[in-house]
Design a protein around this ligand. Sequence first.
Ligand SMILES: Cc1cc2nc3c(=O)[nH]c(=O)nc-3n(C[C@H](O)[C@H](O)[C@H](O)COP(=O)(O)OP(=O)(O)OC[C@H]3O[C@@H](n4cnc5c(N)ncnc54)[C@H](O)[C@@H]3O)c2cc1C
Length: 511
Amino acid sequence: MREKPFSHQERAGLIQKLQSEIWGVVVIGGGITGAAVARDASLRGLRVALVEAHDFASGTSSGSTKLIHGGLRYLENFEFGLVREALQERELLRKLYAPLVKDLKFVFPTYKNQPPPRWKLSIGLFLYDAFSNFRMPYRSLNRQAALAQLPQLNPTHLTGACVYADSFAEDYRLVTELIKSAVNLGAVCVSRLKVNEISSPSADLREMKVQDQLEPSTAFRIQAKTIVNCSGPFSDAVRAMVSLEPTLKVTQGVHFLVDRKVCPIDVAMVFPDAKLHRILFAIPWGSCVFLGTTDTSIDRPEQAQATAADLKYVLEVVNQYLAKPIQQRDVFQSWSGVRPLIQPKKNQSNSQISREHQLEEAPARVLHVLGGKLTSHRSMAEEAVDYLERYMPLKPSTTDQVPLFEESLHLPRLQDGGEKLHPDFPYLVADALYAIRFEMALSPMDFLKRRSSIFYETDINNPTHRELLKNVLNLFAQELQWSEAEKTAAWAQILKDYRFDREGYDEVTVS
Ligand SMILES: Cc1cc2nc3c(=O)[nH]c(=O)nc-3n(C[C@H](O)[C@H](O)[C@H](O)COP(=O)(O)OP(=O)(O)OC[C@H]3O[C@@H](n4cnc5c(N)ncnc54)[C@H](O)[C@@H]3O)c2cc1C
């Protein structure tokens, strides 16, 4: 199927459309959960609309560790059901979302007198493999073989390693593809629209007051038979619109980026933090490696930002395991994500709180999808849409059968843009044009951070990288026909975003 244009040019028409009918379901939030709900419901033939307050995937769904996994460490908390289900989902997504979900090899080193010992890790990995029918069985390596596999390991007290496989997917890319799939199936998905109020004009009708973030004076109403709140860490704010008490505990997770030359690995590394019973990762990604993550409580999701304490903690854990420690000056970028965890009944540490999700309906016809994981988005969405059956006839979900891509992942079908965005980078002008014309990228940052990985591979203080960013800015200005003032404001926003992800831990300011 040819993809529909999905760009700034269609936006006004889509907003008109939102107001012109009573929708079967309106989804609040365009992260992975909302995008998956919109696609599932569209595949079942419902009339679906989705509104996202910022850009698609601008919340937690671009701030994760990007693993489609069972979660090895949940075995320690005896959450076998969660791990088994997640591994089943991993296997399904590897098939249906190919080539977006890729296999990745992990090396988990073991050290003398330090948990976990290799025998215990082997039991955990045996279970992990059993839950996915031993498709990619783990291997246990002695010290010599571990060092041969990964010479970067700190050899002092090393006893060996276990090597196992999991999967990796660019979280924001998953969201974009799910949104595009929903749009191609007839859903109306619009970004920069914030829901501010929810009301019930009659027993079988729900209404939302929506604010256009690009036209601050414009607010309008959308009507629906049902609403699904998929606002992730912001769920409590949306729940408050229907007078519900807060239920989330939000914690922040930070990742730091270094150049691949600083940490030249082709496999992912696992670093246990024995003190906090957590594991951290170093994951190779394009020209860089990212390190993380943390798990610290914050009061409000808007507060999430990497701090000097986060950097100290991550480097302390990671450097215990590396022959050549990573220096603070090697870190050039970070990102932070907010976990929407369900407040536990008993006193538990952040990493012990279950990642299970929950559905809650209140008032009738307003469903809140709480918690969850990137890995479980498909099954969560299926469950959420199934729930709506009490209000309208529904076909069964087909998201466990229908591939995300009908053909192999297509390259932009554009006549123009074959040249590079910058001679030193592999990205094409066509990549940016495609994001603008077919993926609703409305600002350079939408493209740099959530349609490509350019943001994560660039250092704003590097003059060559800056040239690339200026080229992207110029392209947006040309395509969206910006005035000089709009262009200046967009550049200021780029600087602000780069600065934001550095200023909390770095003395070097972005200028
Ligand atoms: C550090 C970290 C690492 C993680 N790593 C992994 C991992 O490796 N694997 C894994 O499976 N899971 C992982 N997770 C969990 C996973 O990332 C999240 O569960 C998932 O991304 C949540 O998606 P969501 O769509 O529910 O929320 P979000 O992605 O936050 O989306 C919610 C959206 O709602 C929008 N919104 C909010 N209020 C409104 C409103 N009033 N009107 C309109 N829109 C609104 C927001 O702008 C936002 O875009 C990780 C989480 C974190 C924080």
